[in-house]
Design a protein around this ligand. Structure first.
Ligand SMILES: C[S@@+](CC[C@H](N)C(=O)[O-])C[C@H]1O[C@@H](n2cnc3c(N)ncnc32)[C@H](O)[C@@H]1O
Length: 308
């Protein structure tokens, strides 16, 4: 009898978790690549004839949010080149014999420059390796996945892209904030708070419209400026806003407030990246719809800071 998909995923995860647990290279020394075991399975050997790159979205952290396709490809990789946003729980599901290469890319700590990451993928694929390029969230949402695939295309390397649950989706669902609840939002905008130039030049007039939800990636360092600009462009100071740190993981913390209070509350709770800012009336629903409790959340020193 065919197995149900959820049985397949649970079995795959349990199998991987029984295996020797892995830690990120970062824990042992960032930037080092590690070769594990020499054994190749039949798929690995077949892959040697022609290299291939799979650009795979690892989702926001909870390994059960991987797609079935991602879970399958994790088990087929010869080499896995992964970013710092890939959770240890997801990394634990990569085939045990695969070589792991930490590509880093935390703000101001790029373990490998982007050109080196591109060159490594091309070189490995040319050696006939099946390369898994694993990125947090969705690889095509603020993840440079497009740029990396352009480089592969220019160098004639075949590739495939597997979407992942983007952190806006993971954070909003696990925080109980429905991004487009129709009583409050008819549109949802994803923006980055960190621009190429290092400044934060966004279309504030567009972002300050009512009837929409704005999700800001990479905005924690500029939270005060972001909330200030939204107010300066027409939103009221008591407009609801939230910040969600390490969404979907046991370390998730959520701080809610308003455009006026959120920067101070987030600072008081010492929220750090990776975190998202969600702005819009849908944030009000968290009190009613929040369902995911973590111990980390209880540790926010002033519990009243967690609710507007
Ligand atoms: C370089 S972007 C990558 C986004 C990713 N491709 C995605 O689809 O989620 C990194 C930013 O995504 C957000 N992010 C990623 N994972 C997160 C998580 N688990 N919780 C909260 N924010 C997260 C943070 O704003 C972080 O600074």
């Amino acid at each position: 009898m065919a197995r149900k998909p959820e049985t397949f995923v649970t079995a795959a995860i349990e199998r991987a978790q029984r295996a020797v647990p892995r830690v990120k290279a970062g824990a042992e020394g960032q930037g080092r690549s590690r070769r594990r075991g020499a054994a190749d399975d039949a798929e690995g050997l077949a892959a040697r004839k022609e290299g291939f790159v799979y650009l795979v979205g690892a989702g926001p952290g909870d390994p059960e949010l991987l797609t079935l396709k991602a879970a399958r490809l994790l088990q087929r990789a010869d080499v896995c080149v992964y970013d710092h946003l890939v959770s240890n729980d997801v990394l634990a599901l990569v085939r045990r014999s695969a070589e792991l290469i930490y590509a880093g890319k935390e703000k101001s700590n790029h373990a490998l420059p982007q050109e080196d990451i591109n060159a490594i993928m091309v070189a490995l694929a040319r050696k006939g390796k099946r390369v898994l390029r694993l990125k947090g969230g969705d690889p095509f949402i603020f993840g440079r996945g497009g740029e990396e695939m352009q480089f592969l295309a220019e160098h004639g390397i075949p590739f495939e892209v597997v979407p992942g649950v983007t952190s806006a989706s993971g954070a909003s669902t696990y925080a109980g904030i429905p991004l487009t609840h129709r009583d409050y939002a008819q549109a949802c905008v994803f923006v980055t708070g960190h621009l190429k130039s290092g400044s934060c030049e966004l279309d504030w007039e567009m972002l300050a419209r009512r009837g929409q939800t704005v999700v800001i990636y990479m905005g924690m360092g500029q939270i005060e400026e972001i909330c200030g600009e939204l107010k300066a462009h027409g939103l009221p100071g008591d407009w609801p806003a939230a910040a969600v740190e390490r969404a979907t993981t046991p370390k998730q913390r959520v701080v809610t407030g308003t455009l006026t209070t959120l920067p101070g509350r987030a600072a008081h709770a010492a929220l750090k990246p990776p975190a998202l800012i969600i702005v819009g009336e849908v944030v009000k629903l968290r009190g009613e719809l929040g369902w995911f409790d973590t111990d980390a959340e209880q540790l926010i020193t002033h519990p009243e800071a967690a609710h507007a």
